[in-house]
Ligand binder design. Structure first.
Ligand code: ADP
Ligand code: MG
Length: 435
């Protein structure tokens, strides 16, 4: 299917062909026609599948009548969780609307309310906003929503994880009765489902991502390691396996900064992107990474949202995300478009419970192993039961029986345990996931 066949008009076709889009992605192929037909949509599609164009191209087409705008009126609102994402959407929208005469504006925190009010005064065709700031302007009555035609909730799952549910509800309550709502989400969670019931009317469902299933082409691995040796292990893996372009996730900005310094000390070309870097800094880093001038990019979850890098061979979870769904987003950056990818988690005892939560979410038990020379110190971590089968206290496991270094050894150890704890049983049944 081509963009032409989907029914896009010439000014849009010209704009996207200049951007090098030759064919629509799956989500675009399925969503564009429905948006043009004024349907409400509930779409789930993984990160990087082209959701922005899936809603924005038909939206722009819908606005081609160039209706005059009443003061403070807005025709379309696109709501997205972070400032950075909003800026990216604005940028893309401007490119798509290059040959159309539309007013496009950004409404995010960090700018003065007054300057934004001024901008809103003459009316806006497409407003791209983060929830908090949008709500402020609605309360201040600097926006008139009566003529709103389309309301887009982008990255709904993320928005809910970030605690924006009340803002979304309040904004939704202010919208006129007749409008079209488009809900996009990378994952299909209960929270998103609940929101969809609240804000959508007879929606069309587009599901291109299976429910919290991670892409099959991704080889997921867990390496058990002591917390204080993680950075060393990471350097070792990158060096010994000759990783050329690896994305490493940390939970916090602070640990991202610390890690990147350690990697640099090990002679690796590494840089960090997180929320405290400016957009310009992040883009510069990203460009270097894409050109492989950098081999390691250390990122936090929020900063990584919207990063677009084709087919990364490796993603490493240096620390697990506190929101389990983020694991899916993280590893979705590898194994794209049919290419094999590898997602490695360096798991220390502190993240053990969270790992289980993630595995329950994705319905996969990921094989665990250790890297020779970085084995978990059992004497130090007496309760590291991923390694040490539960035994009566009087009969401690003799270390001499334990062969380390492969996933199989873990299985063996379990098999050798006299009493099998339920968690261990579970592990056995998931042998099929082992690779
Ligand atoms: P998502 O929101 O699903 O994570 P984006 O909308 O940010 O994905 O798109 C990811 C990248 O793919 C962007 O750089 C975008 O310009 C590009 N892109 C979108 N649609 C196409 C297409 N049909 N052909 C080629 N590139 C595309
Ligand atoms: Mg997006």
């Amino acid at each position: 299917m081509s963009f032409e066949k989907i029914g896009l008009i010439k000014p849009l076709l010209d704009a996207i062909s200049e951007l090098g889009y030759t064919e629509p992605t799956v989500i675009q192929e399925r969503a564009i026609g429905l948006v043009l037909a004024k349907k409400d949509i509930f779409a789930t599609a993984q990160t990087g599948t082209g959701k922005t164009a899936a809603f924005m191209l038909p939206i722009i087409q819908r606005l081609r009548d160039n209706k005059p705008l009443a003061p403070k009126a807005v025709r379309v609102i696109v709501m997205t969780p972070t400032r950075e994402l909003a800026m990216q959407i604005e940028e893309e929208t401007k490119k798509y609307a290059k040959y159309m005469d539309l007013s496009i504006a950004l409404l995010v925190g960090g700018k003065s309310l007054e300057s934004q009010e001024k901008r809103l005064q003459d009316g806006i065709d497409i407003l791209i906003a983060t929830p908090g700031r949008l709500r402020e302007h609605i309360i201040k009555k600097s926006i008139v929503l009566e003529a709103l035609e389309i309301f887009v909730v982008d990255e709904a799952d993320r928005m809910l994880d970030m605690g924006f549910v009340t803002d979304i509800r309040l904004i939704h309550a202010e919208l006129p009765r007749r409008h079209q709502t488009l809900l996009f989400s990378a994952t299909y969670t209960d929270k998103v489902r609940k929101l969809s019931r609240l804000i959508l009317k007879k929606p069309e469902f587009i599901e291109t991502a299976k429910q919290n299933k991670t892409v099959e082409a991704i080889n997921q691995q867990i390496y058990l390691v002591d917390a204080d040796r993680k950075a060393q292990l990471l350097s070792f893996l990158i060096g010994s396996r000759n990783f050329q372009q690896v994305l490493v996730f940390t939970k916090t900005k602070k640990s991202a900064d610390i890690l990147v310094e350690e990697l640099k000390l090990d002679g690796l070309k590494a840089e960090v992107i997180h929320g405290e870097k400016t957009l310009a800094q992040r883009n510069k880093t990203l460009t270097k990474f894409k050109k492989k001038e950098l081999n390691v990019l250390v990122a936090t979850d929020i900063a990584s949202r919207g990063i677009d890098i084709e087919q990364l061979p490796q993603v490493i979870n240096y620390e697990l995300p506190s929101v389990a769904e983020d694991y899916v987003h993280r590893i979705g950056r590898t194994g794209r478009a049919g290419h094999d990818g590898e997602a490695i988690t360096l798991l220390d005892i502190n993240d053990k419970e969270q790992m289980k939560v993630i595995e329950r979410l994705i319905h996969v038990k990921i094989p665990r192993s250790e890297i020779k020379g970085f084995e978990v110190d059992i004497t130090k971590k007496a309760d590291q039961d991923d390694l040490k089968p539960k035994r009566p206290k009087k009969a401690p496991l003799k270390q001499t029986h334990v062969k380390k270094g492969t996933g199989k050894s873990v299985q063996k150890k379990i098999a050798a345990a006299p009493k099998k704890a339920p968690t261990q049983k579970k592990r056995k049944t998931t042998k099929r996931d082992g690779r």
